[in-house]
Design a protein around this ligand. Sequence first.
Ligand SMILES: C[S@@+](CC[C@H](N)C(=O)[O-])C[C@H]1O[C@@H](n2cnc3c(N)ncnc32)[C@H](O)[C@@H]1O
Length: 267
Amino acid sequence: MSESSADLREVVRQRYAAAAAQVTDGGTACCGPQPIETDENFGSTLYAADDREALPAEAVAASLGCGNPTAVADLNEGERVLDLGSGGGIDVLLSARRVGPTGKAYGLDMTEEMLALALANTAKAGATNVEFLKGNIEAIPLPANTIDVVISNCVINLSTDKAAVFAETFRVLKPGGRIGVSDVVSDDDLTPDQRAERGSYVGCIAGALSFTEYREGLEAAGFTGVEITSTHEVAEGMHSAIVRAVKPTNVRRALMHVAAEMAVEKC
Ligand SMILES: C[S@@+](CC[C@H](N)C(=O)[O-])C[C@H]1O[C@@H](n2cnc3c(N)ncnc32)[C@H](O)[C@@H]1O
């Protein structure tokens, strides 16, 4: 990783460590005195009331997402779910309820303070089919072909190596596994500078991919059936979007197809 990428990741880590401390001190991560994001486009208001009521108040207060991936991922009893950038644990705890005692929900986050908050929230919720892992979403600490569904809520835009996130997501999913992600996505005609004019990197705006970049990134990793749907605008030309995609059951054939497409592009 280049020095500037490492610096940027450290800025992100510090910002979310501070957000976790805000919740631990009795505030909310989203809209406290030093807000990360300051409007109704982010945080717990994006969840249905019965979802919020089923969780510890601190898990709800820690919500920093831009959507509700558990509502779109269509989780089933017995499935294994992984949440990339799990924060205070809201989507892990909701997933754990949906997959039930025969399933399992993993949360992965690089920020120690967020992991501590998520563990405290898990204890308050009494959830037992949950495990939190410390690590980076660019190098997921799980074996290949072990996860049914990867979810994530407003995190992939924060990564300094999105190709690695897509490749790692593909690796850990079982053949036929799927992703159901909420993320900030930009209109195709906005340059990186124009995206940065609309909001900061740590505030989940400047690092967003465009719709085409997102689709191409997922397809280059081998995903098929990519669907990216805007749910609401979070800044001019910047959207909260639902991203769905599938790891094909015949991975070898899918990767040969990607390699053939890349060879054609080079000509
Ligand atoms: C915007 S918050 C979203 C948290 C949670 N998904 C939610 O909906 O409340 C971003 C989270 O992703 C984590 N994060 C950001 N970049 C990461 C990376 N490269 N690897 C692992 N975790 C990361 C941060 O520590 C933080 O907890």
